[in-house]
Write a protein that binds this ligand. Structure first.
Ligand code: COA
Ligand code: MG
Length: 303
């Protein structure tokens, strides 16, 4: 599965936004059946998302994902049954409380895939892991749980985090302090998501930046996320896509550095440590270089 830099949420009941989404350079659209759809519109939205997948899946240059409702909503299984025949690129799972939720959804997907003649295991999952307090507290156990449940773990392609629902759940009235730093609860969520993703070996995708007219703020937040190890970011408005794509594309200098690291090791005759420009480089640098080169396989570098 190739790197997803930008993933644009598109409300599942809006034909206009679906059409607009197709004109963007987002790597993925996330057709939403959850929070951006009013409950009385859910039936219509399921049908629209299915139609859209049927019509556009082969043509769209974006990968078409679907966000379903949470397991706790009682609507998740009908959402899956409605959209899976449209063969979405993957499923975004919100408000996950524990790794067992992923396991349960994976088992339902197995049954649906088998029933529809799809390859069992072919629908990946992107998990929003910090929307509930329980979900956030469960993150330290993810790596162990994933190791114990390899079939659900194979579907897991990324973790992302959210703070809107989390702040409502804990009753937090502020998310940032006066200097613009995240309050500790939300720092924990962000870092917990990043570390759990790294521990399992899946992508860490940064959450949404809701001030969609503030491109400078979006760029700052995206830069920080990439600097910390996130490989992409969720978006809620088409204007956010160019900024996110730019920030999460490796620079030409980074790509050059990665090639030089690889060459330095090739010249080091199997040694685990060598040097580049007077700096010691060993396995962590090699891994970093591999990461950069893997991400250029699907995206061009930027100057
Ligand atoms: N996907 C696709 N198209 C979108 C879009 C989105 N997420 N957000 C806006 N657009 C379209 C608008 O329909 C409009 O298209 P038009 O030129 O055909 O009229 C154009 O982009 C400009 O939109 P703008 O007028 O700036 O914003 P808006 O007031 O129409 O919408 C939001 C603002 C926040 C309601 C809208 O961006 C949105 O629905 N975002 C997604 C929300 C969501 O999915 N939330 C759940 C995840 S947190
Ligand atoms: Mg939400």
């Amino acid at each position: 599965m190739s790197v997803l830099r930008s993933l644009l949420f598109v409300p599942g009941d809006s034909e206009r936004k679906q059409a607009k989404g197709l004109t963007t350079d987002a790597d993925a659209l996330i057709l939403d059946l959850e929070d951006s759809v009013a409950p009385e519109r859910l039936l219509a939205a399921r049908a629209m998302v299915y139609e859209f997948l049927q019509g556009e899946r082969e043509r769209a240059r974006q990968r078409l994902w679907v966000r379903v409702n949470a397991l706790s909503s009682g609507r998740l299984f009908e959402d899956l049954a409605a959209v899976l025949p449209g063969r979405p690129a993957g499923i975004v799972l919100p408000k996950v409380d524990a790794y067992e939720d992923i396991e349960r959804v994976a088992r339902s997907l197995e049954a649906l895939e088998a029933g529809q003649g799809l390859l069992v295991g072919s629908t990946p999952l992107l998990v929003i892991a910090t929307e509930t307090p329980a979900g956030l507290l469960a993150l330290p156990g993810y790596a162990r749980a994933a190791a114990a449940h390899t079939s659900s773990a194979r579907r897991l392609t990324g973790l992302t985090w959210g703070m809107e629902d989390l702040s409502a759940a804990v009753g937090a009235r502020v998310k940032f302090d006066a200097a613009g730093m995240l309050r500790p609860t939300f720092q924990l969520a962000r870092t917990g998501c990043l570390l759990a993703a790294a521990a399992i070996g899946v992508a860490a995708i940064d959450g949404v930046y809701t001030e969609f007219r503030n491109a400078e703020g979006l760029r700052r937040e995206s830069d920080e996320a990439r600097g910390d190890g996130f490989t992409g970011k969720l978006a809620i408005h088409p204007d956010q896509i160019p900024v996110i794509n730019e920030v999460f594309t490796p620079t030409e200098a980074e790509v050059q550095w990665a090639h030089r690291v690889v060459r330095a090791f090739q010249g080091a005759a199997g040694a685990g440590v060598t040097q580049l420009d007077g700096q010691m480089i060993d396995r962590p640098h090699w891994l970093q270089a591999q990461r950069i080169l893997a991400s250029v396989n699907d995206t061009r570098s930027r100057p």
